[in-house]
Design a protein. Sequence first.
Length: 213
Amino acid sequence: MTLAATYPDLAGFYERLAPGYDRLHRRWLRHAGGEAQAALEAAVRVFASPHAGLLDAGCGTGAFARRLISEEVIPPANLTLLDPSDAMLRRCVDILCEKARGRLEAMPFEDGAFDVVTCAWALETSARPAKAIEEMQRVLRPGGLLCLAFCADQPAIGIVQKAIRQSLNLRGAGRFLPLGVVRAAIETTGAAKVVSVPVTGPVAMLVAERDRS
Ligand SMILES: C[S@@+](CC[C@H](N)C(=O)[O-])C[C@H]1O[C@@H](n2cnc3c(N)ncnc32)[C@H](O)[C@@H]1O
């Protein structure tokens, strides 16, 4: 598997899923993605200053943004949410921050616009993950931080994770990206440093610092 390939577009799938998304996603976090999600959120809490401009790309229903605001990690004025789905963005209506309808592969932002870019469980839904990574790097300022959680080609532990992976594969609702290839794609698009945080399950969590030059 390479990241250069073009995969089926899943934006329409998530548009339909929006009303029931939170319940399903809680189950995913409980059984498979919870460690990677916690690692991503910890990285943001540790590294992002309250003055940082943060983009949450593929924001879904905005659950992560709400936590950042309620815990006073980042004020709403410094937050931007991006998603291609109107149904998802409507669920973020209570979050008083910048919102943009758009895709990872063609983000409506200027170069270097953000100090931190987070992307949880959206890279694997992109039809062009290599382009998505290039774009996330483009909108980060030099020295900025990219925090990524995604379904990866890592071992599923136990019957529940195996069943979840099987059902995602069967429904075509995402893909399990090759961790080494994602990491290499981040390195070759201008990261000074990429750290893979060890997490269990068929998932990965990467933190990358954008090249300062
Ligand atoms: C599994 S949900 C993750 C949502 C949120 N980040 C979370 O952690 O709950 C995937 C999200 O990515 C969005 N999405 C799908 N294709 C996308 C694309 N090409 N670019 C940006 N977002 C996309 C979907 O609309 C959906 O909101």
